[in-house]
Design a protein around this ligand. Structure first.
Ligand code: GCV
Length: 737
């Protein structure tokens, strides 16, 4: 039950881990009394502590942690290796089905003493959370806590979990879950001065005043959030590595890095450092950073020795090279495989990885030159290098060919690389999708990316299969376990900061949660993930419904989330053309903001039409970077999907869309509707007022009110711009200026 204190301190800090006290705490299953831990491992201890913490919060009674079996119902946390009764609980096949970070959970009624060699005194049900590794057990614990919360919230706490043994046959709980993506990573763009590049939730939680933060508790709480959704890799500084951060790999900061690593290690999270490619010059006083120079390679080998002496389990380095004015191998006339491989060789003895970003393009192009196309750049740079990278190099590729716009096609580089390990890069921070002042639940967008079929090896060559490593590449079947490294997966740019509720907009927590859940299992739907998140976040004292459960809130908030991406898209840049944002900070409408700049992001609107001709026949040829049939689909206006039309084609305003509307009328309609829908989001939230904790209600309302106003600004700027350019009136005669 909620109490006054809970309500007073409610601020969103606990996010989806707030474990509200159950109003049915008396139904606490007997097996929640004791947690039996077999094994000494640090992550296993974390798992036990997390379970204890969650159960105590939900039921108001602290379970005992024991290292020996007890003669009463209990939960046991074990790795298969350490479980004395493992063969009884899970067959060899059942164990083999669990991968390195997966888990099994099984809850059954009492063991038949005849079957049990050592636990023959147990009465009643018991639950086992088991994995090959303690990390698997930790993820299993968070699963179990979700499972319990769902049932408590819905008043569904199964009788079976506390009933007597006689009436039971079969387990009351039986789960097998394996993460689909071996690497599930978060990238921080945090600077040591405490700022966060493209951060919209306050300052960095890692650094302040060019030093490591003193607030280690906050970091630990962040580790909890990440581990609870299966994140196991974390890069802790901006890919734009400035002067001070260059020194993170020196003895000035390595002991701090080691302290950070220890905090995250306890939650099964490996940290990575972004490095400055020119470090041998900036730190080592060398005259070159040429990857083929033996002195440079030796400098990095010595550096790796030093870094790994301080942090033996460092994941490796993340590298942004030759991109947006960062140094890289191009300046020495070398290509990116030369650069990446030289670093990879230095890290190889320690099992370290090089995560090499493919966001490489000419950021000083001439806007008059209509043949140079930024969208082509990643493919043009990296396709020729396919197969040349070491085993411990992974290429990190943004989901689209431009830069995290609200709508872009999927990068063709994923399909094109047939013999190179890849990591997909998403952006959770909402740089171009409302900067956490607008609501934009991004999971539906990410789902579309993951489900996209590249046809690289025929039908079914989806992005999710490529990035998980499960699509055989280069003719050979996929088998990450047969290689030394399991170097596939997903990374995403963090959306958190020092704001109390982590993400600024409380509802933006759903994107962090959703990213983790989707990286674990890309088959989960956007709806399922939203459902989980809303239940976990709005259960208990955060709502004031008389039942204390989130029944009333779930469908309403879920719908707000699920509609929000399309709403945001509808009042911003139309039909996939992108940009139209204020230069620099990227917030708010400015249709020509980037039109005459060097950044390669144009819409080419004139009095006749709009869009970028990226066809093979008459344009930049970008459409030809896809396999057939995608290349053919994009090449023709007849088949190109409406939502990407202006990304691929320059068309007259009177061009008829598949929707049956002209381009110009579509622009007017979507912008009027989009602004209305944004206002509806606010009104819907207002309708929930009586059900919500006051402070939570107010936090979100403030953002939604701003969004509704700002959507009008977008609507009027875009509509007016195109009315003035085209001279074509709105069929419905609505106000345009
Ligand atoms: C970290 C975009 C952003 C930059 C970012 C860059 C990148 O250009 O605006 O802030 O730099 O992407 O991904 O490297």
């Amino acid at each position: 039950m909620s109490n006054h204190m809970d309500v007073q301190k409610e601020n969103g800090y606990d996010a989806w881990l707030h474990y509200p006290r159950s109003s049915h705490a008396e139904n606490r299953p007997a097996w929640c009394n004791v947690i039996v831990v077999t094994g000494e491992d640090e992550v296993l201890q974390t798992a036990a502590n997390e379970l204890q913490r969650g159960l105590t919060s939900m039921f108001g009674q602290q379970p005992k942690i024991s290292v020996v079996p007890v003669d009463a119902p209990f939960i046991t946390l074990v790795t298969f290796r350490d479980h004395p009764l493992v063969a009884e609980r899970f067959s060899a096949e059942e164990q083999a089905d669990v991968n390195a970070e997966g888990y099994r959970i099984r809850g059954t009624e009492m063991i038949n003493p005849a079957q049990s060699a050592s636990y023959d005194a147990i009465k009643g049900p018991y639950v086992t959370v088991a994995g090959q590794t303690s990390k698997g057990v930790l993820y299993g614990v968070f699963h179990l806590l979700r499972w319990l919360q769902e049932r408590l919230d819905g008043e569904l706490l199964l009788q079976a979990t506390s009933k007597s043994s006689e009436s039971s046959d079969g387990p009351f709980l039986d789960v097998l879950s394996n993460p689909v993506n071996p690497i599930r990573m978060i990238n921080h763009w945090d600077n040591m001065d405490g700022s966060v590049e493209r951060g919209y939730a306050g300052a960095s939680i890692f650094y302040e005043n060019n030093a490591l933060t003193k607030n280690m508790d906050r970091l630990r709480d962040y580790a909890r959030l990440l581990a609870s959704v299966g994140i196991q890799s974390l890069s802790i500084n901006n890919v734009n590595v400035h002067q001070v951060e260059t020194e993170l790999i020196t003895d000035k900061f390595l002991s701090d890095v080691a302290r950070l690593a220890a905090i995250f290690r306890a939650y099964g999270i490996q940290i990575y450092l972004s490095i400055n490619y020119a470090s041998p010059m900036q730190l080592g006083g060398l005259t070159t950073a040429d990857p083929l120079d033996p002195g440079v390679a030796e400098w990095w080998r010595a550096k790796a020795r030093e870094v790994y002496a301080a942090v033996p389990d460092l994941g490796g380095f993340v590298v942004k090279a030759d991109s947006e004015n960062r140094p890289g191998p191009f300046s020495c006339g070398r290509h990116h495989a030369d650069g990446a491989n030289m670093l990879a060789d230095a890290l190889q003895p320690y099992g370290g990885r090089i995560i090499w970003r493919c966001f490489v393009y000419d950021c000083k192009q001439d806007w008059r030159d209509r043949k140079t196309d930024r969208a082509r750049a990643a493919f043009d740079h990296f396709k020729p290098l396919d197969g040349l990278f070491r085993d411990n190099v992974i290429l990190q590729i943004k989901n689209g060919p431009m830069d995290f716009q609200v709508r872009e096609p999927v990068s063709p580089l994923f399909g094109a690389l047939q013999a190179t390990q890849v990591l997909l890069e998403f952006q959770i921070t909402q740089e171009y999708t409302g900067q956490q002042r607008h609501l934009c639940y991004l999971v539906p967008q990410w789902k579309e990316v993951l489900d996209f079929d590249t046809y690289a090896q025929g039908k079914g060559s989806t992005i999710k299969r490529i990035v998980s490593g499960s699509l055989g590449r280069n003719g050979s079947p996929a088998s990450p376990s047969s290689t030394k490294y399991t170097n596939y997966g997903i990374a995403a740019v963090s959306n958190i900061g020092a704001d109390t509720n982590w993400t600024g907009h409380l509802l933006a927590q759903s994107n962090l949660y959703g990213y983790g859940r989707l990286a674990w299992d890309p088959e989960l739907s956007a709806d399922e993930i939203a459902d989980e998140w809303v239940r976990l976040t709005f259960g208990g004292h955060r709502n004031r419904s008389h039942t204390g459960n989130s029944k009333h809130l779930v469908p309403v908030i879920k719908k707000m989330l699920l509609d929000s991406w399309n709403i945001y898209e509808s009042y911003t840049a139309p039909l996939g053309v992108g940009w139209m944002v204020s230069p620099g900070h990227h917030y708010g409408p400015d249709v020509d903001g980037y039109e005459y700049s060097m950044w390669g992001t144009y819409h080419f609107a004139d009095c006749r039409g709009i869009g970028v001709d990226r066809t093979i026949a008459t344009g930049t040829g970008y459409a030809g970077q896809y396999f057939s049939p995608q290349a053919d689909i994009y090449e023709s206006t007849e088949t190109c999907p409406d939502e990407l039309l202006l990304f691929f084609h320059h068309v007259p305003y009177t061009h008829m869309l598949h929707s049956g509307q002209t381009v110009i009328q579509h622009i007017y309609d979507t912008h009027f509707e989009g602004a209305e829908h944004a206002a509806n989001l606010r009104d819907t939230w207002v309708s929930l007022r009586d059900h919500l904790d006051e402070a939570i209600y107010a936090q979100v309302l403030e953002r939604l009110e701003h969004q509704a106003e700002h959507a009008k600004e977008w609507r009027d700027r875009i509509n007016t711009y195109f009315y003035r350019k085209s001279g074509i009136a709105d069929q419905k005669n609505r106000p345009i200026y």
